[in-house]
Design a binder for this molecule. Structure first.
Ligand SMILES: [Zn+2]
Length: 314
């Protein structure tokens, strides 16, 4: 072989190696340290897509004395593997617990990757989350992720939590205490919020989003508002939303104000005899501060419909 074809052959085999190693893997997202033992991987805003490979939530992990506790390891087996890669950069300790904040698949399909490496890890969620996942939500969400990513997440299998955890329960992992708040009928009817008092951290799940909107179809405005109130009465200083940047209490206050303003305005319009399509402009004008949030135009009309149904059912 002369030099040129040899170089070409070498280049081709390197290309093959690289593409095999990375085919179907999610790119890395660096974690941000938000408290002494707590890191958050902030996913992109927006809905699952080909561009974001379905990854758009906020996986997090807490490094304890004895191991690692993971919260919401993402929307696919690839997201779970990506989370494990980030953990490996910081510690060789095993994952001992996985907490899933609710049943929406963009938050928990990464369980599969963690379970594969750490089969002893306890996977915990609200009992209603576990029931709903078995009852069809897991299959429905696998399908949604596959469709929106055009097959990127297809190899993912649902590893459904097996350890129920609910309102006011506490557990300790490696010397750190985790406290569960499970507000009823909030974002999805399957929600837990996780408080780590010693870290001043509160994981809100999708009861709070920051700079981005999502669906409300499985929840209620009043329940979600109560969840935000609950978050604001905690002593937490670091608020980790299900989507969007981590911040202080003001991020829960801002989301609460959106929900409360929307519900209150819809009620006034309904009382004035308006149909949902007739109240859109009035409601939108009251929510001017939020029109720049990702997904506003897509979700805001649907939020009005959910609020109307909820108020009519009273
Ligand atoms: Zn959700």
């Amino acid at each position: 072989m002369t030099a040129l074809p040899r170089i070409a052959a070498l280049a081709a085999s390197i290309l093959l190696l690289v593409s095999t190693a990375f085919a179907g893997e999610l790119r890395d997202y660096a974690p941000t340290k938000v408290a002494p033992h707590t890191w958050v991987i902030h996913g992109p805003l927006g809905d699952p897509s080909v561009a974001n490979q379905g990854f758009m939530n906020n996986p997090a992990f807490i490094v304890t004395r004895d191991g690692v506790v993971v919260v919401d390891p993402g929307s696919s087996v690839q997201a779970g593997r990506m989370v494990l890669r980030q953990i490996r950069q910081l510690t060789g300790k095993p994952v001992t617990h996985v907490l899933n904040t609710h049943v929406h698949g963009d938050h928990w399909f990464g369980n599969e990757a963690i379970h594969a490496v750490f089969p002893q890890a306890k996977i915990m969620a609200h009992p209603e989350m576990i029931r709903a996942a078995h009852d069809g939500a897991a299959a429905r969400w696998l399908d949604i992720m596959d469709r929106l990513t055009e097959g990127f997440t297809r190899e993912t299998r649902a590893v459904i939590p097996t350890v129920p955890i609910s309102e006011s329960q506490k557990f300790t992992a490696g010397g750190i205490e985790f406290r569960i708040h499970a507000p009823e009928k909030a974002h999805s009817g399957t929600d837990i919020m996780i408080e780590i008092v010693s870290e001043g951290v509160l994981f809100l799940g999708d009861n709070v989003m920051n700079g981005r909107f999502g669906q409300m179809n499985d929840g209620t405005f009043r329940g979600n508002i109560a969840a935000c109130d609950r978050a604001l009465t905690s002593a937490a200083k670091v608020f980790v939303p299900g989507h969007g940047k981590t911040g202080g209490s003001q991020i829960a206050a801002a989301y609460l104000a959106y929900l409360a303003t929307l519900l209150e305005t819809v009620k006034r319009e309904l009382d004035a005899g308006k149909q949902d399509y007739e109240m859109k402009d009035t409601v939108k004008a009251r929510l001017a501060a939020y029109t720049g949030w990702e997904g506003f135009d897509l979700h805001f009309g649907r939020h009005i419909s959910v609020a109307v149904l909820e108020l009519e059912a009273m």
